[in-house]
Design a protein around this ligand. Sequence first.
Ligand SMILES: Nc1ncnc2c1ncn2[C@@H]1O[C@H](COP(=O)(O)OP(=O)(O)OP(=O)(O)O)[C@@H](O)[C@H]1O
Length: 245
Amino acid sequence: MPHLAVNGIHAKYGSLDVLHGISFDVDRGEVVSLVGPSGSGKSTVLRTLVGLTPVTGGGIEVDGTSIDYRSSRSVRAARDRMAIVFQQYNLFQNMSVLGNVTLAPRRVKGRKRQEVEAEAMDLLDLVGMAHKAHAYPDELSGGQQQRVAIARALALRPEILLLDEVTSALDPELVNEVLDAVRRLAAEGMTMLLVSHEMAFVREVSSKVVFMDQGKVIEAAPPAKIFDAPDSERARDFFGKVLRG
Ligand SMILES: Nc1ncnc2c1ncn2[C@@H]1O[C@H](COP(=O)(O)OP(=O)(O)OP(=O)(O)O)[C@@H](O)[C@H]1O
């Protein structure tokens, strides 16, 4: 059974239909990337999974349990199981790194400070930020803040991590340190769904690439297949252009 099954989902913004029956699976411990032209609906897929954009048709299953997006309780349950990190990391500026990472588990889960802090330090270590635990966000680079945002998302112990263009707002020299953190999570067996424009990274880290265009999945395949010998004309065009730069 897949860890995450996306079954024919539809979504709209107002009267604009943006997802037209998207389907794909993510197995446990697998890294799957959504790629495609700007506006093809990649971010919207991630947003629907955590209930930020309503699903107007189709469904999603996590570990075989279907999420009912009409029920706020069911959406809360989905949010417990999946965490999302955005391009804009939005750390709380008036709190230390450790404060940012421990806030949700303490407030939402009411867990003990000592236990939560020990766990937060492990997560900060995983993203290479333990040495900055007592620093404030404005003392950190964008790449460092994004790594803290990833640790913060992991603090609620999600099963599945959704990463939405987490390197797009960063200066090129900071991109790799964030990608390193994601590589480490992949090596730890975290199930991840990525939206990324870093094609070399997508190719390296994903076991499956889902190519989307105009709110549809055009083709899904392992990276070597979809980058080098896609079946569809549209994927050939897209990868031809992005890989040639
Ligand atoms: N809040 C919104 N209100 C109205 N339309 C939106 C909103 N967010 C996105 N859209 C539209 O929905 C479509 C899909 O957008 P989405 O951000 O999911 O695409 P994307 O593939 O992630 O694009 P990009 O690679 O540029 O981030 C686009 O046509 C976009 O203009």
